[in-house]
Structures are given as structure tokens and as C-alpha cells.
Design a protein around this ligand. Structure first.
Ligand code: NAD
Length: 243
């Protein structure tokens, strides 16, 4: 059976991706940092589809833990066919007031963490001459956003990483893509002030926030053979917000 690792798979968008990939026939490792109960719930949903699931705690911003997440996935389920780089945090603040810690922690988790996990998983994919990597970037990485210089820099950085790796790994049959979600209804966006929420909805042609399932469907497609000639792409999932 094919194997997938989803970082940040314990809730929100990552949980929807993990269960969608299980429905596609993958055995799925659910990486998470906090919230073991939520991760166990996602594993139960995976197992309900008849596939194998495992929850693995690791901080992707710590090099050894990121590498350990990949080896623990391979030990539990087998070689990784699909890697979804979804773990992410926000530490918003206006540029002039942003602390160095808030800058660094977002870069460390959202960008460097993705690098650590990908480098650890890539060796096996190159050797087996196949695999699909999908990074969860953001509309903000394409457009920028006031109060999110750290987050936008990390998400734009992911796009540069994806496009570079797509060029390096394409000859070995490894595809590397990104998705750029707009505003998706999850814990991460639950605290948006009403005015901001109304402004976003007003600027979104489809007139609603996205759902985790909106993102999971596209990630599932990018991991599938139907996307076999797609690499180095960034697919927006934003209801038209950035058009
Ligand atoms: P969420 O806060 O609900 O979930 C984040 C997940 O990442 C959790 O499982 C958490 O355990 C994990 N995580 C955080 N830091 C980690 C670390 N250091 N190591 C390992 N795991 C870690 O967020 P979400 O809204 O589901 O977002 C998922 C991804 O989608 C993030 O990368 C986010 O930036 C991106 N995204 C979200 C939106 C949105 O509107 N919600 C829009 C665009 C992009």
C-alpha cells in the first residue's frame, strides 16, 4: 500500500488531508507537535477507512525530530510515497513591532521545518525514483499581508523551495508542488476580528471562507497519478481572492 506522511496532521487542514489520503488508499502517518488526543482521533478516522494510521509527535523545527519523524514513519508503515508539508504557525504583528523571536519561530517551523522533513524523506524517494511532495503555502505568500511579514516570508520561501526542488528531482520522477490556500475556517483563523472577516469575504469572489476539505481535495489530486505531469506548480485555493 502507498504511504503518506502529513506534518501537522492532528487538526484543521492537515487532519482533512490525512483522512482524504486514507480514503485514496494511503496508509498515513500523522505528525503533530501538541494535542495527542486530536492526533489519535485522526488515526481513528484513518483506520475507519480500512487503512493503517499512526500518530507521531515531533517538532519539525528541530532537525533531529524532523528526521526522526521520517524514519518513524518508514519504520511503522514503510517507504514514503506522498509527503505533505502542512505544519505551520502564525505569530502576527506589525513589522516595526515584530520581535526577533516571533520572526524566527515562524521561519523555523513553517520554512526550515519543511526543509528538514523534506531532506530526510527525499533520499528514499530519489532512490525509488518516485514520490509526490506537496507544501501547504498560503495566498499570503503570493500577495503579502500587513501584520504577517514573518508568515508571508516563510510561505513565499516554501514556493521557492518547491520550485527549486522540482527542478532538481524531476529527473528521478519526484514531483514537488505547493498549494496556496486563502482563508480557511480552522483554529488558526477562528479569532479573526469580524471586520477583517467581512473584508476578506468581500474580496473573495466565491463569497465564503474555504473549508479544510477544499484544500484536502487538491492535495489529494496532486498526490495522485492524475497529476503525473504536474511539478513545480502552485495551485491557489482561495475562492478567487488573489485573482
Ligand atoms: P492549525 O493551527 O489548525 O494546525 C496546525 C498543525 O501544525 C497542528 O497539527 C500542529 O500540531 C502542527 N504544528 C504546528 N507547529 C508545529 C511544529 N513545530 N512541529 C510539528 N507540527 C507543528 O492550522 P491550519 O489552519 O490547519 O493550517 C495548516 C497549514 O495551512 C499551515 O501551514 C497554515 O499556515 C496553512 N494555511 C492555513 C490557512 C488558513 O486560513 N487556516 C490559509 C493558508 C495556509
Amino acid at each position: 500500500m502507498p504511504v503518506a506522511l502529513v506534518t501537522g496532521g492532528s487538526r484543521g487542514i492537515g487532519a482533512a488531508i490525512a483522512t482524504a489520503l486514507a480514503a485514496d488508499g494511503y496508509d498515513v502517518a500523522v505528525g503533530y507537535r501538541g494535542g495527542a488526543d486530536a492526533a489519535a482521533g485522526v488515526v481513528a478516522a484513518i483506520e475507519a477507512t480500512g487503512r493503517r494510521g499512526v500518530a507521531l509527535a515531533a517538532d519539525v523545527a528541530v532537525e533531529d525530530e524532523a528526521a526522526g519523524l521520517v524514519s518513524a514513519t518508514e519504520d511503522a508503515l514503510g517507504p514514503i510515497d506522498a509527503l505533505v508539508l502542512n505544519a505551520g504557525i502564525t505569530r502576527d504583528g506589525l513589522f516595526m513591532r515584530m520581535s526577533s523571536e516571533d520572526w524566527q519561530s515562524v521561519i523555523d517551523t513553517n520554512l526550515t521545518g519543511a526543509f528538514y522533513v523534506t531532506r530526510a524523506a527525499l533520499r528514499g524517494m530519489l532512490k525509488r525514483r518516485g514520490g509526490s511532495i506537496v507544501a501547504v503555502s498560503s495566498v499570503v505568500g503570493l500577495t503579502g499581508n500587513p501584520g504577517q511579514a514573518n508568515y508571508a516570508a516563510a510561505k513565499a520561501g516554501l514556493i521557492g523551495m518547491v520550485k527549486s526542488l522540482a527542478r532538481e528531482a524531476g529527473g528521478r520522477g519526484v514531483r514537488v508542488n505547493a498549494v496556496a490556500p486563502g482563508y480557511i475556517a480552522t483554529d488558526m483563523t477562528a479569532d479573526l476580528p469580524d471586520a477583517t472577516r467581512d473584508q476578506i469575504l468581500g474580496a473573495t469572489p466565491l463569497g465564503r471562507l474555504g473549508t479544510p476539505e477544499d484544500v484536502a481535495g487538491v492535495v489529494s489530486f496532486l498526490c495522485s497519478d492524475a497529476a503525473g505531469f504536474i511539478t513545480g506548480s502552485v495551485i491557489s485555493i482561495d475562492g478567487g481572492l488573489a485573482t
